[in-house]
Design a binder for this molecule. Structure first.
Ligand SMILES: Cc1ncc(C[n+]2csc(CCOP(=O)(O)OP(=O)(O)O)c2C)c(N)n1
Ligand SMILES: [Mg+2]
Length: 332
């Protein structure tokens, strides 16, 4: 099936396609490793994996320019890797170690990188949406041509604060791409059980915000839609909505018993729509890469991920007096 999807000849270079393969594979292998470390008790608390959704963030990062910003929910490991944050720093944060992006005090949902313009990691559903508009407001004020990618889920799309944000973003023509990652579930609730109007890309109509639906299992389709959206924002035309249809293969979080969908449903997606297999087929069919070339890439990515886990395991736990740093209140 993946091979059948690859028959359309895209206008894309071998290097670009290989890069997307590499970037998506890094997220997949990193998440699999995080799942393993969680199982071994090395990661505690919440941990939400991005497996299945890789093409969304890799396609949109391909449409981003230096200085553009991004903000997302708790399902954030893929976003951090895709914008170039260090896998070792992310993994060490997952394991609560000193070498992590938040010195081991934030965990999976609370990491930031000013250098890479990554503004979190937010555990409250929908809370990142007004933050994304705020970031875009700053850029509009400075007239620096930057765009903010504000990611949220299909469940979050029913939050009130999203619509307050849409209103202000449209009113002030803020350069923000609202990316709705529609993976069809909000925890154990399927979209048809929670959502009156399922066409989420039309949710900006009342505010005059254009939107479109995108195949989120096809990295090239995501990139093309991303470029259009970003172009709209950079031209000063205000916000744009992309509803990216995707699917998460794993549970909502590591503690999800997954009783709300069948194994067959997940299996079908994996077999017929996998975003990495899609690009792999394109590389092979287009004779851009041989099986050996791809094996070498797989090996290279595995090493990066294993090294990140090694770094995470060797990094010490934060010292006790770190409890009193990076807090708002006077401690004593
Ligand atoms: C305000 C708020 N309500 C409820 C929760 C509990 N909760 C965490 S994730 C989630 C589902 C969100 O689903 P969706 O927006 O589709 O994102 P996905 O997990 O699918 O990426 C819920 C209800 C929360 N964290 N914050
Ligand atoms: Mg969802």
């Amino acid at each position: 099936m993946a091979a059948r999807r690859a028959t359309k000849k895209p206008n894309i270079s071998k290097d670009e396609l290989t890069q997307y393969y590499r970037d998506m594979l890094l997220i997949r292998r990193f998440e699999e490793k995080a799942g393993q470390l969680y199982g071994m008790g090395l990661i505690g608390g919440f941990c939400h994996l991005y497996i299945g959704q890789e093409a969304v963030v890799v396609g949109l990062e391909a449409a981003a320019e230096e200085g553009d910003k991004r903000v997302t929910s708790y399902r954030d490991h893929g976003h951090m890797l895709a914008c170039g944050m260090d896998p070792g720093g992310v993994m060490a944060e997952l394991t609560g170690r000193e070498g992590g992006y938040s010195k081991g005090k934030g965990g999976s949902m609370h990491m930031f990188s000013k250098e890479k313009h990554f503004y979190g990691g937010h555990g409250i559903v929908g809370a990142q949406v007004p933050i994304g508009a705020g970031l875009a407001f700053a850029d509009r004020y400075k007239e620096n041509g930057r765009v903010t990618f504000t990611y949220f889920g299909d469940g979050a799309a029913n939050q009130g604060q999203v619509y307050e944000t849409f209103n202000m973003a449209a009113l002030w023509a803020l350069p923000v791409v609202f990316v709705i990652e529609n993976n069809q579930y909000a925890m154990g609730t399927a979209q048809q059980r929670s959502t009156s109007t399922p066409d989420l890309h039309t949710r900006g109509e009342a505010f005059g915000i254009p939107g479109e639906v995108v195949d989120g299992m096809d990295v090239l389709a995501v990139k093309t839609a991303g470029e259009k959206a970003v172009g709209h924002c950079r031209a000063g035309k205000g916000p744009y909505i992309l509803e990216v249809k995707t699917y998460r293969y794993r549970g909502h979080s590591m503690s999800d018993p997954a009783k709300y969908r069948t194994r067959e449903e997940v299996q079908k997606m994996r077999e017929e729509r996998d975003p990495i297999e899609h690009v792999r087929a394109m590389l092979l069919e287009g004779k851009h890469a041989s099986e050996e070339d791809l094996k070498a890439i797989d090996k290279e990515i595995k090493k990066v991920v294993n090294d990140s886990a090694e770094f995470a395991r060797e990094s010490p736990e934060p010292a006790l007096d770190e409890l009193w740093t990076d807090i708002y209140a006077e401690a004593r």
